[in-house]
Design a protein around this ligand. Sequence first.
Ligand code: FAD
Ligand code: UDP
Length: 372
Amino acid sequence: MYDWLVVGCGFTGATLAERIATQLGERVLIIDKRGHIGGNAYDYLDESGIRLSKYGAHIFHTYSEKVWNYVNQFADFNDYIHRVDAWVSGRYFAMPLNLETVNSFFDTNLTSESLQQFLYKKRVPIEYPKNAEEAVLSKVGWELYDAFYRSYTKKQWGIDARDLDASVTLRLPIRMDSDKRYFSDPWQGIPVNGYTSLFERMLRHKNIDLLLDANYREIASLVKFKRMIYTGNIDSFFDFEHGKLSYRSLKFEHMGYDTEYFQHVGVVNYPNDFDFTRIVEHKHLYKQRHEKTAVSREYPCWNEEEPYYPIPSTQSQQLYRKYEEAANKLRNVYFCGRLGTYRYYNMDQCVAQALHLFETQVSKREKVTVVG
Ligand code: FAD
Ligand code: UDP
């Protein structure tokens, strides 16, 4: 008899399992239908010994000191600062848009001050942007939108930017200076020995048992447990009774090269060319020295077996609310995480949500409502 069954071994499930085992002293069985721990943050060494992130580049970045301190208990992080270039009209431009990007795109000599006025003239005057297209147009206008956002967004999501929440494109800042960092968060980095080793440390406890290649559907009737935390997709838990939630997926093409470096930065985005959105060169992120290299191309697609991105749109949120209502009625099942609460969360947000759920409900054996 376990006190808790935790379904899903990504950041959300691992954080809750660790907290329950170490802070409550209760017994946990954590399962994953995949053959590895770490969820989408899982990484491994390929046949050449190069560390690869199986599900795309994962950079830990956060504004929360609490979350940063929490994850730093389980790994040393390197000081990697994420850099992305976009390949547009046969040239590299720094992303997110900054002073240098704009100067080089328009062949201007603007300063930080004159850039504001320049963009003010370019922008489309929309006071309250209603979608991901308007969010960009209201800041920089059509030319930059068409070159850097329109096709990337369509390729990534399979739907037009005007059918997505403004929050999608607002994930990227627009900078008036020459700051080339992809993320502005004060704490950023990658575990020196990889994410998988961080997860091994999180789960190494006598109160935690781990079962891989174990789907909740097959396991639930075979083990006894008092309460459950579910971090898989919420619609599948309820047998899709209100209809299927959409998730955008990716196909990853991992390639090895007999050369020291393939590209000059960790990620190059291809908004307008090719079927893939970006190429990741993992060595930059892990700061690994190696005579060979490995890259991954990301091809967006629809694949229900691999649900990576909840779709941030009004329509999807309306359907999700029905599942959230059903979830709130279950007394001993807690839903959490990117798939469990259908939110386009980064890793730090998953850890923060899991810590919050633990502190406010799980540790008190209370069930209030699904946390946001
Ligand atoms: P997941 O990591 O998805 O874990 C859920 C686990 O549940 C999975 O392992 C799944 O196999 C398991 N599961 C599901 N259903 C069942 C079932 N029925 N039975 C058993 N197990 C089940 N975030 C960042 O902060 N920085 C980044 O740079 C970044 N880059 C990303 C790049 C890509 C391409 C993607 C797709 C995501 C990226 N993210 C990034 C987001 C990050 O991956 C997520 O925020 C985080 O991994 C979510 O953690 P989670 O535990 O909620 O879910
Ligand atoms: N985006 C874009 N062009 C780019 C990079 C991002 O239009 O070169 C938009 C696109 O809509 C994307 C969103 O910004 O889905 C968020 O980008 P981010 O890099 O945060 O996406 P993720 O890493 O989550 O895939």
